[in-house]
Design a protein around this ligand. Sequence first.
Ligand code: UD1
Length: 423
Amino acid sequence: MDSILVKGGGPLKGQIPIAGAKNACLTLMPATLLSEEPLTFTNAPRLSDIRTMTQLLQSLGAEVAALQDGKVIAMSSHGKINTRAEYDIVRKMRASNLVLGPLLAREGHAEVSLPGGCAIGARPMDIHTDGLSQMGAEIELRDGYLHAKAEGGRLRGTVIEFPFASVGATENITMAATLAKGTTVIKNAAREPEITDLVHCLRAMGAQIEGEGTSTLTIEGVDRLGGATHAVVADRIELGTYMLAPAICGGEVELLGGRISLLQAFCDKLEEAGVSVAETDKGILVKRNGGDINAVDVTTEPFPGFPTDLQAQMMALMCTAKGTSVLEEKIFENRFMHAPELIRMGADIDVQGGTATVTGVSQLKGAPVMATDLRASVSLILAGLAAEGETRVSRVYHLDRGYEHVVRKLSGVGAQIERISDE
Ligand code: UD1
């Protein structure tokens, strides 16, 4: 199993290209099941989660080809489709549940394994299944699988009000509604940029959807969808993560392809912390030339609020701030597993339930640490960039799920980082 070795230092200087969004690509790919025509994505990220979704869709009978070293994904789901998403693949990645809506819309029935628990919380699927039931699906849990069947073979439009603006449920119901009979209205829909990206792609395929980026989505069902070619939106979480690199160890880095509108709440917090953030014609320029980091409080919220997927990385920065900050996690109940690892590096963090109180220390110290989930793993790398000495992050398979070429990107701006094989 590989590890990442980071040596503290800085300042960083240069440019980092931002890839297409993992979370957008994972919801765009199942959209192939909604059409018999080819669907092509450009600007796709090269990640193990994308390979898992590829395997899942292939197991359902879709043709999926990675072209141009994986930057382009060409897909086609013509002919017979298998409607059973097996546990062996689904358990690897929760986003596998995004095939449920498209399968049900296309075939009128589907059997999708429940993904099971994951490290950051229970993550049930009740909002997805309640929504689909309101659209006329009968859904039963048997042998660990959701067995779903549309009454009369076709889902029907209705008004659905989500109890919480779930990202995955908004995506699943939106895709299901594109081929339903009549109009579906989703109230309290999630507004994440990845959903807007999905709507743009579905619209290019011929779907009738209005309201992306707002909390009400209106989808008028059509009889069939066509093909499309779509460029995946930039990964705002990768963007925010690399914006924190010069913030934590000083320097000046331009993030190519980034836009502040993808991350306004996060950029505001970074500026409050004393880091300069400016949009350029190529992306976003982040500068920290000397000066302390101010402690700032952060509460995670659905978009447009501060993203939960940047909480761990922000905590790494706050470990180096002057003063005490309070980080509240409102999306997932168990998302502070990076805290004990950061404490091993000399951080002062007190976790009580969903609140972490972080008091900045004058110097983090390198240590062997363990990645516990995707975003936690990269927060340890950021902390390692600011720490004195060497930090060895093990279990980096978490990192491979969501960050392409992390070593190449960070060493390209002067970080001392390498991947080593334990074999
Ligand atoms: C997506 C993202 C993930 C991000 C999260 C929140 C993908 C592939 N993943 O995950 O990176 O951290 O949004 O921004 O895009 N919930 C329920 N019942 C449900 C569905 C969700 O109770 O049926 C709860 C979850 O347990 C969690 C919260 O709602 O506490 C947020 O979940 P949701 O917005 O659905 O996140 P995901 O789509 O799983």
